[in-house]
Design a protein around this ligand. Structure first.
Ligand code: ADP
Length: 521
């Protein structure tokens, strides 16, 4: 797409000359006869570069430059100055002019200056876009993606307000996040308009532009934006609506125009990717929970089978003793009582395991979490991962009583199951002599700190920083999600997780969680 250049000069011949020369170079030219006219033209088009004379009636080139840089800092301004205007020239540079061109100018010097300014404008625009897009994907908490999208889009498109509406389970558009809205009425108006754009998706999936003198069929005859302008972007993958992004500018100095639509088109493609990515990540978070269960399923079977067999044999013994009693044979009642006690213990073990599994699989817990006893979650994780761990190593737990932490026991126990199973798998890989897994908890002021360490082969330094990235795995059967999801879980509750490792000398994962103040201390 050719870059648009605005030429501002009160001398008509000069404007025509520049238009002729620059059109030859493939640029699209808009003209203005002074600074005030230029500001009006800027409401209708968004040039990447402005070439302005300094001395003009009504508004000088310097004043124009200042206004432009304040409203749209990305636009590059080239100032044409006479030889006698050294001081003005310096002021222009201070005010952010891209460069100065001396009048009367050498056209080749002008070409090269314009080309450099266009390059910088495009570079800045795409760098902004890349930065923003990266911020979407760097959002580790999926629930915060809408906020990151709204904030990024609002800044990038220099809008006063931005709003993202996303369909709920029933397909009804709901406000996912908004920023800069001035009133409830404005929010209701914009959300209603988002809905209209969404309803028309099947027939029109282009963005709707709304502003003074601009009418879009989908929006009907809306009043309420005053002098402001807005863009409504339907976000869709195929026929599936992901949401509508709305950007609003309230003043009539910077009305959204065609160029903004082009920029918003690129923006919306990043937003669509970020939303899809977030949706997928949420699904994966759920499937990771299942994968954790899958990983430990064999062990759990064993955990249940063992006491079941145990209960069975004890009950058989009791049965046999009862029959002896009925036949008048001698019976050792103490032995019978012991068998009943053992059977009961076995039943308790099974119900513990079932309770652990329930907690692990629960998805209906309060997002922010409450306070719970840390030892319960750790013990539950140790029980669940017992088969995996004890087959590979001896397991030592040093827990302290009364440590109450922030979170939900199910997800927190999932974190420890992940760490314990990883530790066991690492030890299974390594050829080290010592085969140990330690889980040690301690209190550090208002934090509970839990270390899970192993004597496995360790992790090379160049790999360490990738461990928490989703899908990073070195295992043939791994999902590479365990650690990234574990980090999300503990961060959700205000904690964190880190790793240190020396190749050949094992690995330590450190989990921290906010701890409740100790009573009586
Ligand atoms: P997965 O276990 O499915 O690979 P994770 O996110 O749990 O996914 O782990 C990512 C990677 O981190 C593993 O593939 C492994 O390379 C490395 N890793 C995790 N824990 C350990 C550990 N205790 N020792 C060595 N490497 C580990």
């Amino acid at each position: 797409m050719p870059e648009q250049i605005l030429v501002v000069d009160d001398e008509r011949d000069m404007r025509l000359l520049l238009r002729y020369q620059l059109e030859q170079e493939g640029y699209q030219i808009a003209e203005a006869s002074d600074g005030k006219v230029a500001l009006r033209v800027l409401q209708e088009c968004s040039p990447g570069v402005i070439i302005t004379d300094v001395r003009m009636p009504f508004m000088s080139g310097l004043e124009l430059l200042r206004e432009v840089k304040q409203a749209s800092p990305n636009i590059e301004v080239i100032v044409a100055t006479g030889y006698a205007e050294v001081e003005t020239a310096i002021e222009c540079l201070r005010a952010g002019a891209f460069d100065l061109v001396r009048k009367p100018f050498d056209i080749h010097e002008m070409y090269s200056c314009v080309a450099r300014a266009v390059d910088r404008y495009r570079l800045n625009a795409s760098a902004d876009m890349v930065r923003m897009s990266q911020s979407f994907f760097a959002t580790s908490e999926f629930s915060r993606i809408p906020q990151s999208i709204v904030e990024g889009s609002q800044n990038l498109m220099a809008s006063d307000a931005a709003l993202l509406a996303i369909p709920d389970m029933n397909g009804q558009l709901q406000l996912a996040h908004a920023r800069g809205l001035s009133s409830e009425a404005e929010a209701t108006l914009l959300r209603g308009l988002c809905e209209q754009v969404a309803q028309a998706l099947a027939v029109d999936r282009t963005p709707a532009l709304m502003g003074p003198g601009l009418l879009d069929r989908r929006l009907g005859n809306v009043v309420g934006l005053g002098k402001g302008s807005a863009i409504f972007y339907p976000l869709a993958v195929g026929d599936r609506l992901l949401g509508v992004l709305c950007l609003l500018r309230r003043d009539n100095q910077r009305i959204f125009g065609k160029r903004d639509l082009d920029r918003a088109a690129v923006l919306s493609s990043h937003v669509v990717l970020a939303l899809e990515n977030g949706r997928l990540a949420c699904q994966l978070a759920a499937s990771e929970q299942l994968a954790t269960l899958g990983q430990v399923a064999a062990g759990i079977g064993h955990e249940i089978n063992n006491p079941t067999a145990y209960i069975q044999s004890n009950l058989d013994f009791v049965d046999q003793q009862l029959r002896s009693l009925r036949d008048g044979k001698p019976v050792d009642l103490d032995e019978v009582a012991l068998a009943v006690k053992d059977a009961r213990e076995g039943a308790h073990r099974i119900s513990d395991i079932v309770r652990d599994m329930r907690a692990l699989a629960r998805t209906d817990e309060d997002e922010a979490g409450g306070w719970f006893n840390l030892n319960d979650a750790i013990r539950s994780a140790l029980r669940i991962a017992r088969m995996e761990t004890t087959q590979q190593a001896s397991v030592h737990a040093e827990l302290i009583d009364g440590l109450v932490v922030k979170g939900n026991p199910g997800p927190v126990s999932q974190v420890f199951v992940n760490l314990l199973v990883n530790a066991a798998q690492a030890i299974a890989e390594g050829a080290g002599e010592r085969k140990e897994i330690r889980i040690i908890a301690r209190r550090e002021s208002d934090q509970a700190v839990i270390e899970v360490s192993d004597t496995g082969p360790g992790i090379p330094p160049e790999r360490l920083h990738r461990l928490f990235q989703p899908f990073f795995t070195t295992k043939g059967t791994g999902t590479g999600l365990g650690l990234s999801i574990s980090r999300n879980i503990v961060r959700r509750f205000g904690g964190d997780i880190s790793v240190r490792s020396v190749p050949g000398d094992g690995t330590v994962f450190t989990v921290s969680l906010p701890a409740q103040a100790q009573t009586g201390s």
